[in-house]
Design a protein around this ligand. Structure first.
Ligand code: ADP
Ligand code: ZN
Length: 732
C-alpha cells in the first residue's frame, strides 16, 4: 500500500482560512490543474472552489473525499493570480477562500461555465476588397454599399438590421461569393472612436518615458512625481502605446473619484475599443464581460478602480497607479487590501515595470524612494506652461465671517468676477452646519446611534448623521427639545457657503459640487462640462473637486476652513492635509493668469500650514517623515490594528483585553490598547481597538498568525464582530 497519494489543495469559496485536500476526480486532472475550479463535497453539502496546488497527501486514502467535478478543463485563473491572491490573503489576514472568490465574476464563483458574449459579424475578404477596387460590374449598388461599410469596420448584425433594405439577404449573397467572411465579434466592445494624435513630449516627459521603456520586462517601481497638469497622463498614454505596439497589456488603477468620463475618453480617443473600464458602478454582467475579454487578451488596456488590480491579463506588460497616495486604494471593509501595494507585488511577480504617479506621494512611497527601492522621475513644471499658483494663509481671527467667508476672500472673488475668471472654493464638509443647538435649553442634535452630532441639511429639512446615515426631520427634533425651542447653528458646510455666495454675489453663477448635489449618474460630468464651458463663476465643493479635473479658467482657490484638518486625531491627518491642499491648489491657473490660493485659518503659524504654504512637497515630506520616525509610526514600522465591535458596550474591550492576555507577541512587537475607538459608538455599536507595531514585517506577520489562533480559541469571540486591518489607513 502506497504511503501517500496525490491530492489537490482547494480554496473553497467561503470565509475560511484553511485550504482543503481532496482526491482528484475520477476522470483525472488536466496537466495544469492550478486555477481550475472544482465542485467538492463540503460538510453536508457541496461547494465550489479553485485548485491552488497539488501535493502528495499525508493522509490515508480513505480519509480524503474526492472532487465531485472538475469545472474547467484549463485554468480559469492564471496560476500567477492565484499565487498573488494567496499572498494577499495571508498578508492582510483574510480568509483565503473568500479572497480567491473575489477574483472571479459572481456567476463563475457560483460554478457557471465561462460564457463568451459574441454576435455574428462579417469581415471584408480579400476577394471582396479586390471586387471593390476593380469596380467590378457584377457588384450591385447595395452590395457595394455593404462592402464599403465592411471596409471601414466589421459589419454587425445590429447594423444590418438598421438598414432600410433586407441587408441579411445581400450579405448572404456576398458571403457565397467569398467577398465577406463570417466571424464572431465581441458583443459589448465599445465602438471605435477616431484616434487623435499623440502630443510631442517635453524633455522631462520624454526622459520619464525612456526610463519606463528601459525597464521593460523587468520589475521596476517608478515614482512619477509631478503636479497636476505636469503631463503625467500624457506619459501614461505614450507608455501604453509602446506596450500595445509590443503586444502587451496595460493595467491602470485610478482612485474611485478620479475615474472620470474625461479620462476614459482621453484613452478611448487614443486607443479605441481596446480600452476596457472596470469600476464599482458596473453591473455584474458588464463586469464579467470585461473580465472575459481581458482574460482572452481581447483588450489591451484595463482602466479601473481598486478591484481592477485582480483583472486577468495574460500579456501584462505595464502597471500604472495614478494618484498613488489616494487612501481609496485601501479597501476599508471585508478584504482590507491596498490595491497599490498588491499592484506592486503583481508587477514583481510578472517582472514588469510599475509607474506610481502623484503630485504628492504617500510617505510610504517617498521613503521607498529615499531607501533606493523605488526610482523617482520628476516632471518639474506644468506641461501647458502654466505658472504654479501662489499660496497665502489668510488669518481670520477676529474677522467677521459670512457663511464661513471672510471679507478678504469675498473681495478676491469680486476681482475674479470683474475679470470674468472663475473661483473655486473648497470645504470638506457637506450640509448646512455641523452643529445645531437650542438657545433656550442647550439641546444639541445628536445621533442616537453614534458618538456624533447630526449635521443640518437645510434644503432637505433634515438632520443627517454622516457616519451611519440616520436622518431626522426638523419637526421631530422640536418635539424632543423644549417648549420654546430657538435654534442656532455652529460651523459651516457647503450648503451654507453656497447660500452665502448667492446672497453676496447675486449676479454670479454659483455651482455646488458634493454628494448631495451630485447624486445621479452623469450629474458630475455635466457639472464639469458647465465649468469648462464657463457657464459657472463660482464653484463650491468637497473632496469631489480636488481630484482629476483641471479647471484652467479658475484663478482663485479658497480653502474655506483649514483648521479642522490641522487638529485631527489621526497620525495621517497632516499628510492628508498637505496632499489635499496641494491638489486643490493644483486646479488653479494657466499660462497668462497664474492662480492664487487663499487659505482661511485661525492658526496661521501652525507649522504644518507653514510647510504647506511653501508649496514644497519635498520639504513637507522631510518634516513629516522625521516626525513619523521619532514617533515610531508607519512607514518606519509595520502596523496592524484589531478592531472589535458589538451592541453590548462592554464586550469589545473585554474581548480585546482577553485577547491581549492570551497572546504572546514576542519581543519584537509593541502592542497598545485595547482602547475605545475615537468614535466609540457608531451605528449603534460600541467599538474598541488594539494596535500592534513592529520594525520587522515578518515579526508582525508571525504575531498576527498567533493572534488569529488565540482569538479563535476565545469563547467570547462570539459576542463581538472583530477583524484585523494590516497597514490601516485609519489608525483606529
Ligand atoms: P497630469 O496628468 O499630470 O495632470 P496631463 O497629462 O493631464 O497632466 O497634462 C495636463 C495638460 O497639459 C493637458 O491638457 C495636456 O493635454 C497638456 N499636455 C501634456 N503634455 C503635453 C505636451 N508634451 N505638450 C503640450 N501639452 C501637453
Ligand atoms: Zn449616526
Amino acid at each position: 500500500m502506497a504511503a501517500s497519494v496525490s491530492c489537490v489543495q482547494v480554496a473553497v469559496f467561503a470565509p475560511l482560512r484553511q485550504l482543503f485536500d481532496y482526491l482528484p476526480p475520477a476522470a483525472g486532472l488536466p496537466p495544469q490543474p492550478v486555477g481550475c475550479r472544482v465542485k467538492v463535497p463540503f460538510g453536508r453539502g457541496e461547494r465550489i472552489g479553485v485548485i491552488v496546488g497539488t501535493a502528495p497527501s499525508a493522509h490515508a486514502d480513505d480519509r480524503l473525499k474526492q472532487v465531485i467535478e472538475l469545472l474547467d478543463a484549463t485554468a480559469l485563473l492564471e496560476p500567477s493570480l492565484v499565487a498573488l491572491a494567496r499572498w494577499a490573503a495571508a498578508y492582510y489576514c483574510h480568509p483565503v477562500g473568500e479572497a480567491l472568490g473575489l477574483l472571479l465574476p459572481v456567476e463563475l464563483r457560483h460554478g457557471e461555465v465561462l460564457r463568451r458574449l459574441t454576435e455574428r459579424g462579417w469581415l471584408l475578404a480579400d476577394a471582396g476588397r479586390a471586387a471593390l477596387m476593380e469596380g467590378a460590374v457584377r457588384v450591385g449598388p447595395r452590395q457595394r454599399e455593404l462592402l464599403q461599410m465592411a471596409q471601414a469596420q466589421a459589419l454587425r448584425a445590429a447594423t444590418l438590421r438598421a438598414l432600410p433594405f433586407d441587408a441579411g439577404r445581400v450579405v448572404g449573397d456576398l458571403q457565397r461569393r467569398g467577398w465577406l467572411l463570417e466571424t464572431e465579434l465581441d458583443a459589448e466592445a465599445a465602438p471605435a472612436l477616431p484616434r487623435t494624435d499623440f502630443l510631442a513630449l517635453n524633455e522631462a516627459q520624454a526622459a520619464s518615458l525612456a526610463d519606463i521603456l528601459a525597464r521593460r520586462d523587468s520589475f521596476a517601481p517608478l515614482l512619477l512625481q509631478g503636479v497636476t497638469g505636469s503631463g503625467k497622463t500624457e506619459v501614461y498614454l505614450h507608455a501604453a502605446r509602446e506596450m500595445l505596439a509590443g503586444g502587451r497589456q496595460v493595467l491602470m488603477l485610478i482612485p474611485e473619484i478620479g475615474l472620470s468620463e474625461q479620462l476614459v475618453q482621453r484613452f478611448r480617443l487614443r486607443f479605441g475599443d481596446t480600452v476596457a473600464v472596470l469600476h464599482s458602478e458596473l453591473t455584474e454582467r458588464e463586469r464579467s464581460l470585461v473580465w472575459e475579454r481581458a482574460r482572452r487578451g481581447a483588450v489591451g488596456i484595463v482602466l479601473g478602480t481598486r478591484s481592477a488590480v485582480w483583472a486577468p491579463l495574460p500579456r501584462l506588460g505595464l502597471i500604472i497607479v495614478d494618484e498613488e497616495h489616494d487612501p481609496s486604494f485601501k479597501q476599508q471593509e471585508g478584504f482590507r487590501y491596498s490595491a497599490r501595494d498588491v499592484a506592486v507585488m503583481r508587477a514583481r511577480d510578472a517582472q514588469v515595470p510599475i509607474v506610481l504617479g502623484s503630485a504628492t506621494p504617500s510617505l510610504e512611497s517617498e521613503l521607498n524612494v529615499r531607501r533606493g527601492r523605488y526610482a523617482r522621475m520628476l516632471l518639474p513644471s506644468r506641461a501647458g506652461g502654466a505658472a504654479p499658483p501662489t499660496l497665502h494663509g489668510l488669518d481670520v481671527r477676529g474677522l467677521k465671517l459670512h457663511g464661513g467667508l471672510s471679507e478678504t476672500l469675498c473681495a478676491a472673488i469680486d476681482e475674479r468676477l470683474a475679470r470674468d475668471e472663475q473661483t473655486l472654493l473648497f470645504l470638506n464638509r457637506r450640509g448646512y452646519a455641523p452643529v445645531l443647538m437650542c438657545h433656550a435649553c442647550g439641546h444639541i442634535a445628536q445621533c442616537a446611534r453614534c458618538d456624533a452630532r447630526l449635521v443640518l441639511h437645510q434644503g432637505r429639512e433634515r438632520l443627517i448623521c454622516h457616519h451611519c446615515g440616520t436622518e431626522q426631520r426638523l419637526d421631530v427634533l422640536q418635539k424632543a427639545c423644549c417648549d420654546a425651542p430657538e435654534y442656532f447653528t455652529l460651523g459651516v458646510g457647503t450648503e451654507q457657503v453656497e447660500q452665502a455666495l448667492r446672497e453676496r454675489f447675486p449676479a454670479a453663477r454659483v455651482l455646488r459640487i458634493d454628494r448631495d448635489t451630485m447624486r445621479r449618474k452623469g450629474e458630475l460630468e455635466a457639472a464639469y462640462a458647465a465649468v469648462r464651458e464657463r457657464r459657472v463663476d463660482i464653484l463650491i465643493g468637497t473632496q469631489m473637486l480636488a481630484k482629476g479635473h483641471d479647471f484652467p479658467a479658475v484663478t482663485l482657490v479658497g480653502i474655506v476652513d483649514a483648521d479642522s484638518r490641522l487638529f485631527a486625531a489621526d497620525f495621517r491627518a497632516g499628510e492628508r492635509f498637505a496632499q489635499t491642499l496641494l491638489q486643490v491648489a493644483g486646479r488653479a491657473g494657466r499660462a497668462n493668469a497664474p492662480g492664487v490660493v487663499l487659505i482661511q485659518t485661525h492658526h496661521p503659524v501652525h507649522p504644518l500650514l507653514q510647510l504647506a504654504l511653501r508649496h514644497d512637497y519635498a520639504a513637507f515630506a522631510d518634516a513629516a517623515l522625521a516626525e513619523r520616525e521619532a514617533a515610531m509610526l508607519p512607514p518606519y514600522v509595520s502596523m496592524a490594528v484589531v478592531r472589535a465591535e458589538a451592541v453590548d458596550a462592554r464586550a469589545p474591550i473585554g474581548f480585546l483585553q482577553q485577547l491581549r492576555r492570551a497572546l504572546d507577541v514576542g519581543p519584537d512587537i509593541d502592542i497598545a490598547g485595547p482602547v475605545p475607538a475615537p468614535m466609540e459608538r457608531r451605528a449603534g455599536k460600541t467599538r474598541a481597538v488594539l494596535m500592534l507595531t513592529g520594525l520587522r514585517r515578518a515579526a508582525l506577520a508571525d504575531a498576527l498568525e498567533r493572534l488569529i489562533a488565540a482569538a479563535n480559541a476565545l469563547p467570547t469571540r462570539h459576542r463581538v464582530r472583530w477583524h484585523i486591518d494590516v497597514d490601516p489607513q485609519e489608525a483606529a
